[in-house]
Design a protein around this ligand. Structure first.
Ligand code: SF4
Length: 457
């Protein structure tokens, strides 16, 4: 069944108060990111270098993956290859069964969300405990993350208080963040100590060393990977970077772009198992090779999942993560999801105002807005666009190809719209008037203003 972003966005936006604080909370993170970016004179140089490293790596991906495997094996790390989500889940289950694991602690991993690992393991009798605080909150509520870095950003502290009351027996009505964090800490400590195995995601896998790097703010990956004897790390094929020295470029960009911090609190390097234990890395394709082969969309594989494009996106901020219906929301999700299934996710490339803020902010220069524009053309070519939208676009094209008529239409709009009765302007038939007030119309068109400024007659 096709997914309809605008219907779900409408649902989210119907709670105006929630929409406003969601928007504000994410904009706050975006502003923090700007402050950090501006604090580094070499910010643009870092972005250019990161872009070059990623693009070089993707064009030599086979070589770097093999180099990573060779070096990881030399360190005693066992490497597994999974062509899709099913194989990934089966490999993980086999490993857990071979260690008789009944409960695992897992740090944040969007890949395991993508593979729907939690329900799969639970169906097979294994308890999975997400240990990132935001992830644990949404897990207890049986909800998916609504943001790739801030999984519970759609919830208020009162929602967390009620959730903890129900599952962690906290005091009724107490939503004090410190109190709730301490309750979560005590709850998770028990889980860490009792876990039979741990799972982590991978932020960067270094081909040169055969080790992996995981960035967290809570130290949950470290504790999880240090206590049980079995550590399984899962990564998409695109997580490779060639050399250890490349890492500093990405760590400087990642935390600043994600949360506006100079660096994540923990940048943990795993280059082997704990004493007497085992470390496994599962390398997953799951559709990435298909994207790799398409030069229009290959740059989406450069993504380091910082979430900055979500925080800056005016659509994401006002429509919430669940309106995308895909594990990764926002601009990056809107290009990745249709690359997987265009028919199902054809509405996502239109969840975009083409303001280009995402392309301008991305630390690794993924050409997000350009990709979304191309994806729209794919949707039209595939015949998935609704006849109403298609005809509206045809009319707009017809009008825009006739400059004199376009000027006249603009003039009429500037004269007529301000005097139209409110009841007509904001009727249910005018979707553009929903939840927004039109700005005052200018007296002159852009063309007239431009000519006047440049002194063109
Ligand atoms: S596309 Fe760029 S901005 Fe968006 S999550 Fe990925 S790295 Fe961050």
């Amino acid at each position: 069944m096709s997914h309809n972003h605008s219907e779900l966005a409408d649902k989210f936006a119907s709670n105006v108060e929630r929409m406003k604080w969601h928007d504000k909370a994410l904009w706050f993170v975006r502003v923090k990111r700007d402050t950090q970016a501006k604090s580094l004179d070499e910010w643009e140089e870092l972005r250019n270098t990161a872009d070059k490293i990623k693009s070089h790596t993707l064009s030599h991906l086979d070589e770097y993956l093999e180099q990573f495997e060779k070096n990881a094996l030399a360190r005693g790390i066992r490497v597994h290859w999974a062509k899709d989500a099913k194989e990934h889940n089966e490999i993980v289950l086999d490993l857990l069964r071979s260690h008789n694991a009944k409960m695992i602690v897992k740090s944040k991993s969007m890949l395991t969300e993508e593979c729907h690992l939690n329900p799969y393991l639970e169906e097979h009798g294994i308890e999975v405990v997400d240990t990132d605080l935001g992830e644990r909150i949404v897990q207890l509520r049986n909800e998916p993350p609504s943001h790739i870095v801030l999984p519970a950003i759609h919830l208020k502290k009162e929602d967390v208080g009620t959730t903890f009351e129900k599952f962690l027996n906290t005091q009724k009505g107490n939503s004090d963040p410190t109190y709730l964090t301490r309750a979560a800490r005590a709850h998770l400590r028990e889980k860490f100590v009792g876990a039979d195995a741990s799972m982590t995601g991978v932020n960067f896998a270094i081909a040169e060393t055969g080790g992996i790097v995981v960035c967290t703010n809570e130290g949950n990956a470290d504790l999880g990977a240090s206590l049980p004897k079995l550590h399984i790390a899962c990564m998409g094929i695109e997580k490779i970077i060639p050399r250890l020295k490349d890492l500093s470029i990405f760590t400087r960009l990642l935390a600043r772009s994600a949360t506006g911090q100079p660096v994540t609190t923990y940048t943990s390097h795993y280059h082997g198992a704990v004493e007497g234990g085992e470390m496994h890395v599962v390398i997953v394709d799951n559709g990435r090779s298909k994207i790799l082969a398409d030069k229009r969309y290959v740059k989406s594989l450069q993504c380091i999942r910082c979430g900055a494009c979500l925080n800056t996106c005016p659509i994401y901020r006002r429509s919430g993560g669940y309106s995308y219906g895909y594990v990764i929301p926002g601009p990056i999700g809107s290009t990745l999801a249709p690359s997987r299934d265009l028919k199902k996710y054809y509405s996502l490339p239109f969840a975009c105002s083409l303001c280009f803020s995402c392309s301008n902010i991305c630390p690794v220069k993924v050409d997000l807005a350009e990709q979304l524009y191309l994806k729209r053309q794919d949707v039209v070519d595939a015949g998935y666009l609704s006849p109403i939208k298609l005809n509206a676009l045809k009319m707009a094209t017809w009008l825009m190809c006739r400059p004199k008529l376009m000027d006249f239409a603009g003039l009429m709009a500037r004269k007529m719209v301000p005097i139209l009765p409110r009841v007509l302007l904001y009727s249910k038939f005018n979707l553009w008037g929903k939840n927004r007030e039109l700005p005052p119309f200018p007296k002159n068109s852009f063309k007239e203003l431009y000519k006047a400024k440049k002194g063109i007659k």
